[in-house]
Design a protein around this ligand. Sequence first.
Ligand SMILES: CC(C)(COP(=O)(O)OP(=O)(O)OC[C@H]1O[C@@H](n2cnc3c(N)ncnc32)[C@H](O)[C@@H]1OP(=O)(O)O)[C@@H](O)C(=O)NCCC(=O)NCCS
Length: 196
Amino acid sequence: MKIIQRKVNQKQTKTKNKNKKDIKSNNNILNKIKIAKVNNYVSKTAKIGKNVKIWHFAYVGDNTIIGDNVMVGSLSHIDYNVKIGDNTRIEGSVYIPPLTVIGNNVFIAPGATFTNDPYPMSPKMIGVTVQDGAIIAARAVIKPGVTIGKNAVVGMGAVVTKDVPSETVVIGNPARIKYSRKEYDEKKSLWEDPNS
Ligand SMILES: CC(C)(COP(=O)(O)OP(=O)(O)OC[C@H]1O[C@@H](n2cnc3c(N)ncnc32)[C@H](O)[C@@H]1OP(=O)(O)O)[C@@H](O)C(=O)NCCC(=O)NCCS
């Protein structure tokens, strides 16, 4: 009788230990998931301003400078030696290579791609410059060395091969001027007007 009771006790202890192990292992997995949820990579040598949000799985490389109130969306890749001004918003999956200079109050929509190597793979590279207030729509691609002028708008899917003058809207492949920023702002106001 005593032997049977001892065996039962041993079995119960084994089950308890197994449950403890399972709980510990589940907690480890949960912790890993929690860590993954807030994971991004920002180089220790990058200078990041005040009130900057860098979302999940985004990457910021060495010596990159990001101003105040900037948002960087998930999966965006901002390489080394990039400059980004204040109040700029970069949506998800944007690619920004070394030497890109982006001004203040710029909006960059999802999937936009900046380039810096005109004839890959070359050690000689030249970055894109985006001046203050410009808007780059989704999936636009910008040629190395191009300047997007102040308050210019680059339409979705545009392939920009030449400098874009300030205050203009360009669309297409290759991108061409379609209308002015003033007309864009008028269209935007009309769109936002609840009575229109
Ligand atoms: C540039 C942009 C504002 C133009 O929109 P729009 O002024 O409403 O243009 P319309 O729809 O009136 O089109 C005018 C003409 O241009 C063409 N067109 C419009 N946008 C175009 C674009 N991005 N590329 C090529 N052609 C375009 C239209 O087909 C139309 O051609 P048609 O006259 O031969 O019929 C718009 O294309 C855009 O990029 N919006 C931003 C979208 C975005 O990325 N948002 C942020 C992330 S959610």
